[in-house]
Design a binder for this molecule. Structure first.
Ligand SMILES: Cc1cc2nc3c(=O)[nH]c(=O)nc-3n(C[C@H](O)[C@H](O)[C@H](O)COP(=O)(O)OP(=O)(O)OC[C@H]3O[C@@H](n4cnc5c(N)ncnc54)[C@H](O)[C@@H]3O)c2cc1C
Length: 435
């Protein structure tokens, strides 16, 4: 009988786990231990640019959690776990407590990667992963003239966009030959690169920051031998899961994260994991993948919450779905790219959707928003991924792809259904066609 559920981490995964657990079980005592208050991470770039305040990004106010009888212990850190005694040691300032559990959910997220560059610990070199990071950057940004962003993933691009909007001209340095290389095929990356530069952001791809110089505080960076002055460096080089606590009690770790199954359960009885801390089975191949995105954090959180209190909820695997706005374009990805397919040993190929040829007359609205879309297929011509860059409605285009992946449709079947606008396209876009 599960009487006590403890969740380590109060981000999207932890809060979703708590609310789902409560929904399934009205009796269990639920406690969240978290260093930080729950907030929306995707809003951090807007926060540093001063467009919004902290209060605007806080989620799940105290009242909701207390109404659901969920104990939220903010500012507390889980220091140690005694697996045999089923007990956590938690601390806050100089206080220490032991906390027993029947079920435990790791939802402790990740830590941002700090590349091992000489000078990376100088003052004014920041990562942007926590609220604390963002508030420090916000304070410094007001006096900064030059900013270098290391890494051109979605986070780096979003930070650049927000800084550009407040009049700065950031420089992005990306060591790979193109931006978003793991998620998008080359021509789509190039469309976004052009857009980024059009907005006045300098982009150096295929280039590496080798050293950061300064006397106490950063003054310049070395980019492949070229010295560039800067007041601030923002590192957006990715994230690694926080797995030490889990490892200490024998929980299995995969390439990087805690391995969970389709119920969000680990190899240890009564121990679950969710969100950026977890490595999950891929829906398409069944192989493990690390996908630190909000949609998977929310989904694994729900599964962990329900199952940790005795419920039965299971999925076959997890599918990456991400829609981002980048410099006025909507970028959507679902399932695999050629690059991620390689990581799970699938031989994949790309087919471009030719809107002009296949859809002329069918979808007048499409021409206006200039969408470019690729569908990724496996060797049996089944849809395993899709990518879209469009001025608008990226999520609507992607919706059909997600359906096709889930239903294992071939490319031909997908196109047939898609053109007919029956089950796949959401009704709202069907309604605007022809208007
Ligand atoms: C700037 C930025 C923008 C992003 N934009 C997007 C986006 O647009 N779309 C998208 O899908 N994803 C985005 N992401 C990723 C997304 O935010 C994460 O996937 C998601 O927040 C993960 O949620 P989580 O609950 O697993 O972890 P987190 O939100 O990181 O929460 C983990 C919590 O655990 C706490 N914790 C850790 N260790 C301990 C401990 N020992 N004791 C107590 N507490 C502990 C931490 O303090 C933290 O509060 C973005 C991330 C960043 C940083």
């Amino acid at each position: 009988m599960i009487k006590n559920l403890v969740i380590v981490g109060g981000g999207v995964a932890g809060i979703n786990a708590a609310l789902s657990a409560r929904n399934s079980n009205k009796e269990v005592v639920i406690t969240i231990i978290s260093l930080e208050y729950p907030y929306r991470k995707p809003s951090l770039p807007s926060l540093i640019a001063g467009k919004i305040d902290v209060k605007d990004i806080l989620i799940y106010q105290d009242e909701l959690l207390s109404k659901e009888n969920i104990n939220l212990r903010i500012g507390w850190k889980c220091e140690k776990i005694n697996g045999e005694k089923r007990e956590l040691i938690i601390s806050s300032n100089n206080r220490r407590e032991a906390l027993g559990f029947d079920s435990l959910i790791f939802a402790s997220g990740g830590v941002p990667i700090r590349p091992r560059i000489p000078g990376v610990n100088l003052e004014n070199v920041f990562t942007i992963w926590s609220l604390k990071d963002a508030l420090k950057i916000k304070q410094k940004i007001q006096r900064a003239k030059q900013v270098v962003i290391v890494g051109a993933g979605f986070v780096g691009l979003e930070v650049a966009e927000k800084l550009r909007k407040i009049g700065l001209k950031p420089l992005i340095v990306e060591k790979m030959p193109r931006i978003l290389w793991r998620l998008l095929e080359e021509d789509l990356s190039r469309i976004i690169e052009k857009r980024v530069e059009h907005f006045g952001v300098k982009l150096l791809t295929g280039r590496t920051v080798n050293e950061i110089y300064g006397n106490g505080s950063v003054e310049s960076v070395d980019i492949d031998g070229e010295k560039i002055k800067t007041d601030l460096v923002i590192l957006t080089a990715g994230v690694l899961p926080n797995v030490d606590l889990a490892k200490s009690i024998g929980v299995k770790i995969g390439k990087v994260g805690i391995l969970i199954n389709g119920r969000a359960k680990t190899n240890v009885e009564g121990i679950f994991a969710a969100g950026d801390v977890a490595e999950v089975p891929d829906f398409i191949s069944g192989n493990y993948l690390y996908m630190p995105v909000g949609s998977i954090a929310a989904q694994t959180g729900k599964l962990a919450g329900v199952n940790a209190v005795g419920g039965k909820l299971e999925v076959k695997g997890f599918l990456r779905v991400q829609i981002q706005k980048v410099f006025g374009l909507e970028v959507g990805v679902a399932g695999h790219s050629i690059e991620t397919a390689k990581e799970v040993n699938i031989k994949a190929k790309t087919v471009s959707i030719n809107f002009e040829k296949d859809f002329k007359g069918h979808i007048p609205i499409i021409e206006k928003f200039n969408p470019k879309m690729h569908i990724i297929l496996d060797e049996k011509e089944r849809v395993i991924g899709g990518q879209i860059v469009s001025v608008k409605y990226a999520s609507s285009y992607l919706y059909g792809v997600i359906e096709a992946i889930r239903r294992k449709l071939t490319f031909g079947e997908f196109l047939e259904e898609w053109k007919s606008f029956t089950s796949i396209f959401p009704s709202f876009i069907t309604n605007i066609v022809g208007t």
